[in-house]
Design a binder for this molecule. Structure first.
Ligand SMILES: Cc1ncc(COP(=O)(O)O)c(C=O)c1O
Length: 421
């Protein structure tokens, strides 16, 4: 039997006198309790109990697809999927559940919006704050499909001034694509002001809400977004493998589907249906993830998004305050909990962020993300590319004050050791 082995031993990273060796993690009962998980901007963990139960219940009891079978379980699955769309519509403040389209993740939602709308000769405006899930499709469209792209800059606080977007508008401009909250600094962008600008100039407006949806109340019609994209697995507390794109009524005529295939509807036609959501949902849906998402949204709605936002702001303020008092720590972004989500980036005494992250995990089981966070232009703007990016802490509704304090203490220990060394 063939065995798969690493060709080389695990990498050893040396910093001053400290040696960090990457190890395989063996899970054992009780370990969960000791994890201080602050990597919720990558994906949220843990999930509400009802999310796990919904996925398990689907797998054991329903086990069927939607829109295909004519039996009780298939009807139940279809009803549950519909009810998740309705909960999402309430969350977004929109009246059309069928205009919420399920995708594989936030990246696919953004690809659908960008590839679906932009054509050769179009011009699109995005920003240096945006994620590679916007920047890379746009780079591809620029290189292979004759789409012109402007990437506007931001201020020192990581926030884009709508006037820089206004100045970039040209006669060929078709779309503005802007992230709501930076996944590096947490900085909230002025999406409503930019929406007004898009409306004034008759431009399609795409908002990437990957780091904001589920963390604060968002009324999509007020933002002016025609296309509103998010994953299910971050702030919405759903399972992996699912994303959503809201397409405002009437805009679907400008959005081509990325894929075509069976929908279980209008099956006598070999042409993709024009009706939503079928136009954009060929193939079997990730039903267990949709059911789990429904429970995640319901959990947030029971807590109340205002309360979730307040709690997030308190934790973020505590992180910012804690890090601000540590010698050798540099904080990036607004450094103001009311102008950012629960995402805080730092560097520690000029040490490679991956080393800091490995030390946080090995010393206190504080789990964070380190590096460029798929936002290369943001790091060039912050001047953190050469440093290897930043160390990023990100909260969820399950983060506690004790988690924050443990993280701050652990960073203080590392900074002390580095400054002394
Ligand atoms: C701002 C932003 N946009 C898009 C994405 C992509 O989402 P997904 O990982 O679900 O594809 C992420 C993921 O981290 C993100 O932070």
């Amino acid at each position: 039997m063939r065995r798969f082995e690493c060709a080389s031993p695990p990498p050893v990273v040396r910093v001053h006198k400290l040696v960090v060796r990457s190890r395989r993690v063996t899970y054992h009962p009780g370990m969960k309790a000791r994890r201080i998980y602050l990597d919720n901007a990558a994906t949220s963990w843990p999930k509400p109990e009802a999310v796990y139960e919904a996925v398990d219940w689907y797998q054991r009891e329903l086990g069927t697809t939607t829109g295909r079978g004519a039996y009780r379980e298939a009807d139940e699955a279809a009803h549950r999927v519909r009810s998740t769309r309705e909960r999402l519509a309430r969350l977004l403040g929109v009246a059309e559940p069928d205009h919420i389209v399920f995708t594989a993740n936030g990246t696919e939602s953004l690809n659908l919006a960008l590839h679906g709308v932009l054509r050769p000769g179009d011009h699109v405006i995005t920003s240096v704050v945006d994620h590679n899930s916007v920047l890379r499709p746009l780079r591809f469209l620029e290189e292979y499909h004759g789409v012109a792209v402007d990437r506007v800059s931001c201020g020192h606080d990581g926030i884009v001034d709508p006037q820089t977007i206004r100045r970039a508008i040209r006669p060929q401009t078709r779309m503005i694509a802007l992230v709501h909250a930076s996944n590096v600094t947490g900085a909230l962008q002025p999406i409503e002001a930019v929406g007004a600008l898009a409306a004034e100039h008759g431009l399609m407006y795409l908002v990437d809400a990957a780091q904001s949806l589920g963390h604060l109340p968002i009324d999509v019609p007020r933002t002016g977004a025609h296309l509103f994209a998010a994953p299910a697995h971050k702030g919405l507390l759903g399972p992996s493998g699912l994303g959503l794109l809201y397409i405002a009524p009437g805009c679907e005529q400008f959005v081509r589907p990325l894929r075509q295939g069976g929908t279980g509807t209008q099956s006598d036609e070999d042409r993709q249906p024009d009706s939503l959501p079928d136009k954009y949902e060929p193939g079997n849906l990730n039903v267990p993830a949709v059911l789990g998402l429904g429970e995640g949204v319901s959990y947030l709605q029971q807590l109340g998004l205002e309360q979730v936002q307040r709690q997030g702001e308190e934790l973020t303020a505590r992180l910012i305050e804690g890090f601000s008092g540590i010698d050798g720590v540099v904080l990036y972004g607004p450094r103001d909990a009311r102008r950012q989500v629960g995402v805080v980036s730092i560097s520690v005494a000029g040490v490679d962020p991956r080393v800091v992250a490995a030390m946080l995990d090995s010393s206190r089981r504080v789990q964070v993300r380190a590096g460029i966070h798929c936002a290369p232009l943001m790091h060039r703007t912050l001047g953190t590319t050469e440093l290897g990016g930043t160390v990023r802490f990100s909260t969820s509704v399950f983060t506690t004050v004790d988690d924050i304090d443990a993280a701050v203490e652990a960073v203080a220990d590392i900074a002390r050791a580095m400054v002394v060394a």
